[in-house]
Design a protein around this ligand. Structure first.
Ligand SMILES: Nc1ncnc2c1ncn2[C@@H]1O[C@H](COP(=O)(O)OP(=O)(O)OP(=O)(O)O)[C@@H](O)[C@H]1O
Length: 258
């Protein structure tokens, strides 16, 4: 990771108002390729809104979002995901409940492998090779995420934590460059928390995927992140190493102290 490289994602002066609520008040953040960036702040400080505006779910009122130097401000979500290889999770876990883990993963992998509906009707030799590669990758991710024991179950019969792991593994299937995770550890037990951390570390270290992670479990977030940005009332309060952020008196007063 080199601070002098072009950032994978540059957020410039991003503003978003919901009526009288200034959810983002001109936020600037550079995310470097290969890093895990933690994003913390009190409830309502604008973290999810930042994700929404970067991924096309909400239209910002001002500012720009550049992905690998390309201005993607105002692009629709599906274009950002497909052309930018840029994915995000939501606080609510979403899996296909009647499909098992293997089927969920192969389906997720087709997001980029079969870019149009028409391409799914013609299964030629190239498509068969892509499907074989997806099957291999799904088996590998089931192993890495520790889901082997429950992989045959319909996803809807798995525990909430296991579904979260499956959702995370699904995001790795199309080999994105950048993933934004919104509270990946919410509502899961300590054993599964370890598994989610293993998966993020594996995806970052082995696959080179860049992450931005919103998480209220600050102990875990600090150990996982290379750098931490703190939002407070829609503005950036700190942007530093985890060690410096936990000692920052303004951050302690606004967030960590409580
Ligand atoms: N769709 C919306 N309509 C109106 N107000 C909204 C909407 N989404 C967010 N807000 C408001 O914008 C502000 C920022 O909300 P946001 O969800 O981005 O905060 P957050 O830091 O993600 O909070 P949390 O940690 O509780 O998830 C809050 O005051 C919230 O009530």
């Amino acid at each position: 990771m080199m601070a002098t490289e072009q950032p994978i994602l540059r957020i410039e002066g991003l503003r978003k108002n919901y009526g009288a609520v200034a959810a983002l008040q001109g936020v600037d953040i550079d995310i470097q390729r290969g890093e895990v960036l933690g994003l913390i702040g009190p409830n309502g400080s604008g973290k999810s809104t930042l994700f929404d505006c970067c991924t096309g779910l909400q239209k910002s009122d001002a500012g720009r979002v550049l992905l690998n130097g390309v201005d993607i401000t105002g692009w629709p979500m599906n274009r950002i995901a497909r052309e930018g290889r840029f994915l995000r999770s939501f606080q609510k876990t979403v899996v296909f409940p009647t499909l098992d883990s293997y089927e969920n993963l192969v389906l997720a992998g087709q997001m980029f492998a079969f870019p149009s509906v028409l391409s799914t009707f013609w299964i030629g030799p190239a498509a068969r090779r892509r499907i074989a590669a997806l099957r291999e990758r799904a088996a590998e991710l089931i192993e890495v995420s520790g889901l082997s024991r429950v992989a045959h179950l319909p996803a809807g019969h798995m525990s909430g934590g296991q579904q979260k792991l499956l959702q995370f593994a699904s995001m790795l299937m199309p080999k994105p460059e950048l993933i934004l995770l919104d509270e990946p550890l919410a509502g899961i037990n300590p054993v599964l928390i370890e598994k989610v951390i293993d998966c993020i570390t594996h995806a970052n270290g082995t696959l080179g995927i860049t992450f931005v992670v919103i998480e209220h479990n600050t102990d875990v977030l600090m150990s996982l992140s290379h750098r931490v940005v703190v939002l407070h009332q829609g503005a950036k309060l700190a942007d530093d190493t985890p060690e410096a952020v936990v000692c920052n008196p303004q951050v302690v007063e606004a967030y960590l102290g409580g």
